[in-house]
Write a protein that binds this ligand. Sequence first.
Ligand code: CP
Ligand code: NVA
Length: 309
Amino acid sequence: MKRDFISITDAGNRLSSLITSAVKLKAELRRGTGHVKQKPLSGMNVGLIFEKSSTRTRVSFEVGINQLGGNALYLSSKDLQMGRGETVADTARVLSRYVDCLVYRAYENRLMRELAGHSTVPVVNALDDTEHPCQILADLMTIREKFGKLKGLKLAYVGDGNNVCHSLMLGAAMSGVNFVAATPSAYAPSEKIGQMAASISLENRCSIEVITDPQIAVRKANVVYTDVWVSMGQEAEKDEKEKVFMPFQVNSRLMALADSHAIVMHCLPAHRGMEITDDVLDGRQSVVFDQAENRLHAQKALLVWLMKR
Ligand code: CP
Ligand code: NVA
């Protein structure tokens, strides 16, 4: 049966070993050994369907697929017949006859699931309105690289209860990381995802909390994470959101409350001076460019797992 990666939970009990594989692929790339020579995706094609803009996801997938010996096809939804009304289901049925895997950045999780439901090849969620699991795979890898472990750490997410927050909450629960999100009450993460994370956390003996006070959230945190206040597709809410979210800015005053060895994370792109200040984003605690780099390694590990015959 084909495997999809629509939610970070689709990694199941493979999550930790996927991170280990990603670390190995990273070392191999530096040394020019292993997959660099063996090209595990040789002769295989991956279609990348994008409905929204992207810098990191698009480039890290294209480069990663090439490094694995495969071929990447960038397919903007505007240029596909999908942009003129062909259904996602029919697009899935057709593209499955040509390619070995589909990576999809979608506006709606419903359409992501429709593509996966009608595709006979693995489907990878490259971000939708509910989750951003590839990002969180790279982020967990980055945290493990920095601290040598995940279990028992405290991660504070400050900002909008959005797609990144959802995958992070689930990924933390799966990894034994104590997670707290501080969001304005009107922008809290989905209750359904919160309940799912809470139930996963029971098995891994960690805590999952959602509160509204960023100062309480970051207290003694090992990791402070933020993301944009206005996600792609929410542009009309910009003015209103910017007012409500200002007390949730990650700045040096907030960082002073975290553990003194804490790292700061952001999936990027950042809106400097809004959710995060320049001094924090460019400061000694920031690991944002390691996170961006690790997208490459983590997604390669994911593709090898999903596509191996
Ligand atoms: N973090 C992330 O997914 O960035 P892009 O939108 O540039 O792909
Ligand atoms: N929450 C952001 C993440 C961008 C990578 C968005 O959906 O636009």
